[in-house]
Design a protein around this ligand. Sequence first.
Ligand SMILES: Cc1ncc(COP(=O)(O)O)c(C=O)c1O
Length: 383
Amino acid sequence: MEKPPRFETLAIHAGQAPDPATGAVMTPIYQTSTYVQQGVGEHKGYDYARTGNPTRTALEECLAALEGARYGLAFASGMAAIDTLLKLLNPGDHVLASNDVYGGTFRLFEKQYRKYGIEFSYAELTDLPAVSAGLKSNTRYVWIETPTNPRLKVADIRAIAQMAHAYNPAIRVIVDNTFATPYLQQPLALGADVVVHSTTKYLGGHSDVVGGAVLTSDAAVYEPLQFLQNAAGAVPGPMDCFLVLRGLKTLPVRMDRHGENALAVAQFLADHPKVSDVIYPGLDSHPQHAAAKKQMRNAGGMISFFINGGEQATRDFVARTKFFALAESLGGVESLIEIPAAMTHGSTQGSPLEVGPGLIRLSVGLENKDDLIDDLRQALMGV
Ligand SMILES: Cc1ncc(COP(=O)(O)O)c(C=O)c1O
């Protein structure tokens, strides 16, 4: 029997047969809003581009293959993907989420969906008794980010999925797999029901596109979600789908190198006298190092840390790095540095999820790791 293709092969070929019309090896960018019909309702599977576009179909099939999902849906951004999943809920439903999530996710939960009567609570998902205590009779989603943004906490997906499903089989366990990517971590194989992505990050991989996706094998989630993808229309354009598809082809090699570079940078920081605390799931000192080793191929490219000297010293430090550009976002080939409290996670201020002003987040890119370490060393000299 023929063996199913492996991850690296799927990243290059899934959903992407050479174009039947011309033989083009790369999936064409079908830059069209509509499709001719031979007679009323007689067409080649596409009638209007909000409903479907062949470049988008290729991306959806490729992402589904990479996550081991039956179904894939692409969205205009990660937040559009998350928003569409939240629209499946009804007033009175409860979402149990990680107490450390992307600031935009928290903002959407609290500022928009709470007013529709959806209940949100936040638990320490690295602590299984706290997960158990957080489940309620009206819980519909358990919302896991792992590793979390920005504290890089690692939740045990298999254990949480087992616990949630044992409590109530109707609960959907959703994993935001943006930080890990399907190359490093396979939530559906670990028992989760749904995976959500910001494809803006590692999947696109080159900081040139904004996108999102939902992957699932559950038809009861997929069907209403597909309805909303068309009915509400937060869809990505064909050029953006093409860019993510192109990024996916090199995902495995990029993630190997992101992990290698990040480990070297994390070890350098951990040994530096002016660095007070380094959070990287690949270090033995990380509280969930064992869980990360169990469910991730490597610990990824994100590092958070603190330096000595307080808030102003931290702000001065992030302005001194040269290769680490001071910018929001992550997951591109170039290294980035930011202060979540002042940048990506401003929306958590004053909430139990508040991120302290001293936390620095790195997205370690694919430059030579010694240049990255030299850059941090020179910036730390001024501290
Ligand atoms: C973990 C995580 N999920 C979702 C999002 C939202 O994605 P987007 O910016 O593509 O809307 C982000 C953005 O930073 C993120 O870090």
